[in-house]
Design a protein around this ligand. Sequence first.
Ligand code: SAM
Ligand code: SF4
Ligand code: F3S
Length: 445
Amino acid sequence: MAKKVFIKTFGCQMNEYDSNRILDTIKKIGFIRSKSLDESDCFILNTCHIRDRAKEKVYHEIGRVKQNFEGKKKPLVIIAGCVAQAENTEMLKREPYIDFIIGPQSYHKLNNTIQNFEKNKSRFEITDFESESKFEYLRKIKNDSSKISSFLTIQEGCDKFCHFCVVPYTRGPEYSRPFNQVINEAKELVEKGSREIILLGQNVNAYCSNENGRQYKLSDLIMCLENIYGLKRIRYITSHPRDMSSDLIECYANSKKLMPFIHLPIQSGSNKILRLMNRKHKVEDYISIYHELKKINSDIEFSSDFIIGYPGETEKDFEDTLNLVKNIKFFNSYSFIFSPRPGTTASSYEQIDEKISKERLKILQAELFHNQKLKNKSFENNYTNVLIENLMKDGEKLFGRNEYMTSVILNGHQDLIGKVVKVKINNSNQNSLSGEIDINKIEAA
Ligand code: SAM
Ligand code: SF4
Ligand code: F3S
């Protein structure tokens, strides 16, 4: 009988992609996916270390698993992802219920590790940085997790060392997958039904692969994906302002499939804070990218990440951030209070009062959410292009997203899944739109 694996994922889209690839890999040694923890033989927790209480969350989850399996045979318990990489042996020492620890760059060793563990029961950790071997291994295993909108990791790791961030320590140095490996995986996904591909990387626009005397960049990938028949939409996430090169900006003029929506985190509207963060870009650089893109296509919209209450942030620095948000009306954005991460430069800086940070975050989010509501309201009584992704749980309504990743709910037949349709929007709120399909404007799939 097949063994069952239950996987729980925290963190970014790259962790989601990794979890799907772990499932593709582990199938080779007889595991099938279980939707419930209760009946699983193996529990994998794919963890995120980006903000506070990451470690505690892991121990809390293990506590729940222990409770679930009290008096029953214990499942194999594996901790994967960025906390696994950062904490490694510490976790094995503190929690005997964990069987082994595997870092994000070592998933190609997962099957052997499970098989060895089943034989000799010795607990250990694998946390080498081996991106090349990982992707070389994954290349030979079909990506079976295609959805209408699929993630595809093209780049891992980061060399930028922003002073607040753990990613360079948990994901290791920047690595770009070979060009053809990426294109082949994209073609495979489209053959299996994907209509949108979201290229992923911690610094996706730093993608750079040197092969046979030629350099391939993100712009080359986009323009090559453009020619895949059946693929309708291309997106990429997360990009860094420093890597918004002119060839990438030109893609917005040359590609019909690249969506007019870019997630480009700025973190702060104050140059002083950007310097203290070691971001190596200025507010002016960001604004100039904004204008360049708007000149190409005025419909292009931006979203961003903000860190509030970074050490040294004064009332004036915060106001600079607030003014930036008032000027660039971001479509939607993520904002967080600074969380000191172990081992990062900023963790030793003097922290600012939490009450002040919370108050500032509230003010910033009120502005961001206000903009978001207005943007969504502007769709009302207008048409928006929606890629239909799935039937909703109620079995009646369809779910899709427009060019700006806004969720759209509509009536329609499930034959429309995978098609781009024009939808007349009747209602909007902060997070979604709803409307009616224009049956005369359904693109050929
Ligand atoms: N590479 C992207 C960039 O440079 O913009 C960011 C990737 S990071 C995984 C996602 C977001 O988490 C960051 O943009 C930042 O806003 C947030 N973040 C990272 N470290 C943080 C920390 N120590 N405290 C609060 N937010 C943090
Ligand atoms: Fe982290 Fe992004 Fe900075 Fe890299 S560029 S250190 S991933 S915030
Ligand atoms: Fe978290 Fe690691 Fe992603 S720390 S945000 S899962 S790269």
